[in-house]
Write a protein that binds this ligand. Structure first.
Ligand SMILES: O=C(O)c1ccccc1N[C@@H]1O[C@H](COP(=O)(O)O)[C@@H](O)[C@H]1O
Length: 209
């Protein structure tokens, strides 16, 4: 089965174009002002204009005010919302958009519980836990904590790069992978070569299945 690829934390038009050229299935824009990858709604609108049909434009939020999400939605044609904080299922569903929930994995049983709690999501994203940051840490976690039974599509994130994504896919068999730091030259600036190598690795390992 093909594993989809989401490239997250883009801030520059040339990076959006490089990601699409390389074959990204989804592009993530960060609407969290504490992130070095944050974009304004105005910037996001410019980036969104470069995204063709059949590439999913995703907006990442961390414990946002509802009014902020609504204001972004009025200006930017987001296809999918990604909630990466401590949002409840009711909150995530309250915008009338398709959404995914990110879980920062710390202990056994947490992912199973999230599949129950967030059962109306379009997917569950699993990322590394960090005491000081909500995500984009560049760290991976113990993939053994990911259950075989998955009532929702599972999106694997956290410390992925072209060096480990093939083994991640072989071990975890996720629906999709999500990467930010592993394809950057510096925070918020993607590297076209790393982007292309990452997506080539995903396609290579999926083809050998
Ligand atoms: O990218 C960020 O700065 C960020 C900030 C707050 C929450 C999530 C964030 N990014 C997401 O974190 C994961 C893993 O990123 P990485 O590949 O380990 O750098 C990914 O889903 C990013 O979209």
């Amino acid at each position: 089965m093909t594993t989809r690829v989401k490239i997250c934390g883009l801030t520059r038009p040339e990076d959006v174009e490089a990601a699409i050229r390389a074959g990204a299935d989804a592009i993530g824009l960060v609407f969290f002002d504490k992130s070095p990858r944050a974009v304004s709604a105005e910037q996001a609108k410019q980036l969104a204009a470069r995204i063709p049909a059949f590439v999913t434009l995703t907006g990442l939020f961390v414990n946002p005010e509802p009014a902020f999400v609504k204001q972004v939605l009025e200006q930017v044609p987001l296809d999918l919302l990604q909630f990466h904080g401590d949002e409840t299922p009711e909150f995530c569903a309250s915008f009338g958009r398709r959404w995914i929930k990110a879980i920062r994995v710390q202990e056994a049983g947490q992912i199973e519980q999230a599949f129950v709690d967030y059962q109306n999501a379009c997917g569950l994203l699993v990322d590394a836990w960090d005491p000081d940051r909500y995500g984009g840490t560049g760290h991976s976690f113990n993939w053994q904590l990911i259950p075989e039974q998955r009532p929702l599509p599972l999106i694997l994130a956290g410390g992925l790069s072209s060096a480990n994504v093939a083994s991640a896919i072989e071990q975890v068999r996720p629906w999709a992978v999500d990467v930010s730091g592993g394809v950057e030259q510096s925070k918020g600036r993607k590297d076209a070569t790393k982007l292309s190598e990452f997506i080539k690795e995903v396609h290579r390992v999926c083809k050998t299945d």
